[in-house]
Design a protein around this ligand. Structure first.
Ligand SMILES: NC(=O)c1ccc[n+]([C@@H]2O[C@H](COP(=O)([O-])OP(=O)(O)OC[C@H]3O[C@@H](n4cnc5c(N)ncnc54)[C@H](O)[C@@H]3O)[C@@H](O)[C@H]2O)c1
Length: 329
């Protein structure tokens, strides 16, 4: 019997990439799956029913149960419809996996309000729009699993992604808070920070273009014209294979099982053969005095506290920076 036999699952953004892998593995483990995906382009534009329909067909052809849903996660009505699709077709909802995502990368000084709003809407509001209606039902039934998707861009930082990083950091915070809202009702809320080669990562400068066994999969990735095969620093075909989005699915499935009943409010880094439990943010170094610091005291103490801590984006040597000691010539 499958590890998710009888469970009813909603996976948003399940038409492609990581979401598709999660939907297919959960179906193979016996879950009945709502495959949500309006099939948008990577920037969120357009609509295409084919990706969700394809995943539903693939699940059914393996003897599984699945229905498509094409609503966008960006509105409360969309979220309500997505959750209602589970109730209408399968009678309940046990698991919500919030995977849907888009990218509109731009350096902060060039980013438009639209680029900001669109990315925040899909990722951050999208998590709320689906989680809210699911949480009402899960609280009533005293059972549920919610699995969110953040990113290293949000928990570590990545240049050119102020909108995306803010949303993904928000999702990490959302996870910690909602876990505390729902834990007492038998509902767990956790978060995955994935790494995988999908269309979302295909445009990164060092994206792989392997030859050999991984080449077929690579052919489905956009931007291959550059023909970077054989370039030093690119992953081997075997490494490329390990970075396929399907590798994120097993840990997502595990968090959805009954066995994971006491794992709540946690964030896991998941890629290839790696599952890492992320530390919660804590003060790394602390200075203390029994009263208010003066600015003069801090001018002395903070540099001492910060000794050895790297600036993630230091200004170039030839840029004159007020306050920076002049390099000895
Ligand atoms: N691939 C990675 O390395 C990586 C790294 C960090 C985080 N993530 C996150 O993992 C998730 C999946 O990413 P992926 O790489 O599989 O991307 P992907 O582009 O392959 O798949 C995302 C899917 O979400 C769907 N989607 C977009 N907007 C939607 C909306 N409004 N409503 C419903 N569905 C919508 C798209 O149509 C697409 O099929 C995203 O949240 C992404 O931010 C991915």
């Amino acid at each position: 019997m499958g590890k998710l036999a009888g469970k009813v699952v909603v996976v948003t953004g399940a038409g492609r990439g990581i979401g598709r892998g999660v939907a297919e593995m959960m179906a193979a483990e016996g879950a009945k799956v709502v495959v949500n995906d309006p099939g948008v382009a990577m920037d969120g534009s357009g609509i295409d029913k084919a990706p969700a329909d394809e995943v539903v067909d693939a699940i059914r052809s393996q003897g599984g149960a699945a229905v498509p849903n094409f609503d966008s996660v960006v509105s409360m009505q969309g979220g309500e419809n997505i959750i209602q699709t589970a109730v209408n077709n399968f009678g309940r909802i046990d698991v919500l996996v919030n995977v849907a995502g888009i990218l509109r990368d731009r350096m902060i000084f060039n980013m438009t309000e639209q680029e900001w709003d669109d990315v925040i809407a899909v990722h951050l509001k999208g998590h709320f729009a689906c989680t809210k209606p699911a949480s009402v039902l899960m609280r009533q039934q005293r059972y549920g699993r919610i699995i969110n998707f953040s990113s290293e861009s949000g928990v570590v930082g990545n240049a050119g992604q102020a909108n995306y990083g803010a949303a993904k950091s928000g999702i990490a915070g959302f996870t910690r808070v909602v876990a505390r809202d729902l834990g007492r009702y038998g509902v767990t809320v956790n978060c995955i920070v994935p790494r995988a080669w999908t269309r979302m990562t295909a445009t990164l400068p060092r994206a792989p273009r392997p030859s050999g066994p991984g080449a077929a999969a690579a052919a489905s990735m956009p931007g291959d014209e550059a023909g970077a095969q054989g370039q030093p620093g690119l992953p081997s075909a075997a490494e490329f294979q390990m970075m396929q989005p399907d590798y994120v699915a097993p840990m997502t499935c595990y968090l959805a099982t009954d066995e994971a009943w006491n794992i709540n409010g946690q964030i896991f880094l998941v890629y290839a053969g790696t599952v890492g439990l992320q530390a919660h943010p804590v003060a790394q170094r602390t200075i203390f005095k029994p009263g208010m610091w003066t600015v003069d005291e801090l001018k002395e103490m903070v540099p001492r506290m910060m000794a050895g801590i790297a600036n993630p984006a230091p200004p170039p040597e030839d840029l004159e920076i007020p306050g920076r000691p002049k390099a000895a010539s």
